[in-house]
Ligand binder design. Structure first.
Ligand code: HEC
Ligand code: HEC
Ligand code: HEC
Ligand code: HEC
Ligand code: HEC
Length: 181
């Protein structure tokens, strides 16, 4: 008499089933991973270190855009505000909110807030805010109604065709060297 339990006929099938289930999930994980890799490669990350609401500041409080983006009139870059600009209000305002506690944490650690860039032209392009603002092009022509965005979105392609078509309609220069360094 054998003391081994007789091999039940279902065992192989069950093993096969387990293998199928395992591979299914493994493939699923792989697919999700590669999809997020592809997304990460093509689209810039948009999660900011602090959830800064333009709606509150630029619409409700009606702060001027260049109160924070102080480069727009005189410089190529608009610039993002230093922590000290935020703290001029938030040392006292809404200090109990989690996002403001985070903000004060940066000050305690003496660390700058590393805002993610959404708009970024290639290095070989010459672009300057100053010229456009002096020519009275409104922020919204290129950035949309930012004061109504809880989280800023990029609403234009920033492709050459976009620059050229506005330059054509406004009679601005269109020779290659205008924009190409
Ligand atoms: C109280 C300060 C403040 C005011 C006022 C303000 N902004 Fe901003 N803005 C910021 C900060 C901080 C960021 C970076 C975080 C973010 O993207 O939300 C930013 C980001 C942006 C960006 C995205 C920049 C990029 O490419 O990453 C645009 C465009 C912008 N602001 C336009 C505007 C316009 C237009 C106005 C006026 C209607 C305005 N902002 C008013 C503080 C301000
Ligand atoms: C002129 C004053 C002022 C400046 C400058 C300012 N804020 Fe504010 N901020 C406010 C006020 C007022 C509120 C609304 C608080 C409330 O809801 O009671 C607010 C709200 C916020 C909130 C939402 C808080 C919440 O969860 O309800 C965040 C986040 C924030 N500010 C971040 C910033 C950052 C980052 C900067 C600098 C780029 C900045 N603020 C500059 C006045 C200011
Ligand atoms: C003619 C189109 C145009 C107009 C008008 C314009 N911008 Fe921009 N903005 C751009 C482009 C293009 C970039 C990306 C620049 C780069 O990568 O060098 C940009 C970038 C930015 C950035 C990212 C940070 C930085 O330092 O450049 C902010 C903030 C910004 N703009 C705010 C503003 C504000 C505020 C106004 C209005 C006062 C404004 N812009 C008007 C086209 C425009
Ligand atoms: C909403 C319309 C508009 C868009 C979009 C726009 N521009 Fe312009 N741009 C103008 C106007 C108007 C002028 C003319 C300014 C002047 O006459 O001083 C100008 C001038 C310029 C100048 C200075 C030209 C000179 O005289 O040397 C440069 C550089 C420039 N634009 C680059 C760009 C680039 C790069 C883009 C796209 C990323 C772009 N612009 C998108 C309207 C626009
Ligand atoms: C008003 C601004 C502007 C003018 C004028 C302009 N370009 Fe561009 N060009 C851009 C911008 C912005 C980009 C980058 C975004 C893109 O690839 O569309 C670009 C990209 C390009 C690229 C692709 C480069 C690459 O490696 O991706 C080529 C090629 C090019 N331009 C050629 C030209 C030629 C040739 C002219 C003159 C007939 C010209 N451009 C005039 C703004 C301009």
């Amino acid at each position: 008499m054998s003391d081994k339990a007789p091999k039940r006929p279902g065992t192989r099938l069950r093993k096969l089933f387990c293998l199928a289930v395992f591979s299914y999930f493994a493939l699923l994980v792989l697919a999700t991973l590669s999809a997020s890799l592809v997304r990460g490669f093509f689209a810039p990350p948009t999660t900011q270190p602090i959830a800064f609401p333009h709606t509150t500041h630029a619409d409700k409080l009606n702060l001027a855009c260049d109160f924070c983006h102080s480069g727009v009139k005189q410089e190529a870059s608009a610039g993002v505000p230093a922590l000290s600009v935020c703290l001029s209000c938030h040392r006292a305002i809404a200090t109990d909110r989690p996002e403001i506690e985070k903000l004060l944490g940066y000050e305690r650690r003496g660390e700058p807030v590393r805002w993610q860039r959404l708009h970024n032209l290639p290095d070989f392009i010459h672009f300057t805010h100053q010229r456009h603002i002096q020519a009275e092009q409104p922020c919204a022509a290129c950035h949309g109604a930012v004061e109504r965005m809880l989280e800023v979105q990029r609403v234009r392609s920033l492709k050459m065709g976009w620059c050229i078509s506005c330059h054509r309609s406004r009679g601005a220069p269109r020779d290659c060297a205008t924009c190409h360094k």
